[in-house]
Design a protein around this ligand. Structure first.
Ligand SMILES: [Zn+2]
Ligand SMILES: [Zn+2]
Length: 317
């Protein structure tokens, strides 16, 4: 795709497979939705990327979001930070979890991300947060990060800077971000992403800047507010099976969604069911049948009016 005109913007949705041991909320097969943008170095791409995530989450009804951002810099600025980090951690290295012990040489930054209770307690005890300054960014990385913040401000995206945010993967450069949802009381990370300017090259391609994010669909699902199932248009309330079946068929032919009570119980019971499932109840009682009209009750406003069949057809869906 590097031969095509840049940038390349992609999105995907599909099943993913996790190699590690499954645990609660981390299934072996899960689903992920994500975006990737290749070919843009400017922080405007990072900002657009974050915006697309917050807008998408908003559209799902997740409005109480916290966007955390950080810059990990490039290899050049990160090297010093790794050394600083190792110095701070070395005194209590043997007390860290096994994962962190092996991270110490391979990728010490990931230690900051450890969710193991042993480690998080140690970090507090040793006041790790205050002993670390965060990555000291080189001029280029610093100005990239500054632009990102300007763009986010301009887009009215509220963010929190978190110098501890490193994301779990080694390939991130400069921007990393995580979006947390405060739905259902507690904070849950629903989206993670960042910039990975070195990844394409690592995989054998030409030098290609890139930025993107991913969201776990199962986790999103658990947080999305339960919505009313779509209401049908009409619920027929009647004690006359033949007229009900006829009206039901007629309305369906005109494209309406219709239902009725197959047991033809008392009207009060039928109206209860109607109120839960439909926008309008059509009452078809003795008087209506004898005088050839329908009593239509708007179940949202509880207002009622008499209508002919043609008027029924003109009702706003
Ligand atoms: Zn740098
Ligand atoms: Zn650990």
């Amino acid at each position: 795709m590097y031969r095509e005109s840049q940038p390349i913007k992609l999105w995907y949705f599909g099943p993913m497979f996790r190699y590690e041991r499954p645990q609660a909320g981390r299934q072996r097969q899960f689903h992920q939705i994500g975006v990737e943008m290749f070919g843009v170095q400017d922080a405007s791409a990072d900002a657009e990327c974050i915006l697309s995530a917050t807008e998408f989450l908003n559209s799902l009804g997740l409005n109480d979001l916290t966007v955390e951002i950080n810059s990990l810099g490039c290899d050049k600025c990160r090297g010093e930070y790794k050394e600083q980090l190792k110095k701070v951690i070395a005194p209590f290295l043997d007390k860290l979890c096994d994962d962190c012990k092996s991270r110490f040489e391979k990728n010490p930054l990931r230690i900051l991300d450890c969710k193991n209770e042993t480690c998080t307690k140690l970090f507090e005890e040793y006041d790790l947060r205050n002993s670390l300054s965060g990555v000291t960014l080189c001029d280029e990385c610093a100005s990239h990060y500054k632009s990102l913040k300007e763009y986010l401000n301009a887009l009215n995206i509220k963010y929190v800077e978190n110098t501890f945010l490193v994301r779990g993967l080694d390939y991130y450069t400069k921007t990393v971000f995580e979006i947390k949802s405060n739905n259902l009381g507690s904070q849950n990370a629903v989206c993670g992403g960042g910039r990975y300017d070195g990844l394409v090259e690592t995989l054998g391609g030409p030098k290609t800047p890139a930025v993107g994010w991913a969201m776990g669909v199962e986790r999103l699902n658990a947080l999305i507010p339960v919505r009313n199932v779509n209401l049908i248009d009409f619920f027929i309330v009647s004690n006359n099976p033949i007229e009900t079946l006829k009206l039901n068929a007629n309305l369906r032919r005109h494209g309406f969604s219709v239902d009725f009570d197959y047991n033809f119980r008392k009207f009060a019971k039928q109206l209860e069911k109607a109120a839960k499932t439909a926008k309008y109840a059509i009452i078809l009682g003795e008087d209506e049948l004898n005088n050839n009209y329908y009593t239509v009750k708007n179940l949202e406003t509880s207002t009622q009016e008499k209508m002919s069949f043609d008027e029924l057809l003109n009702i706003k869906k």
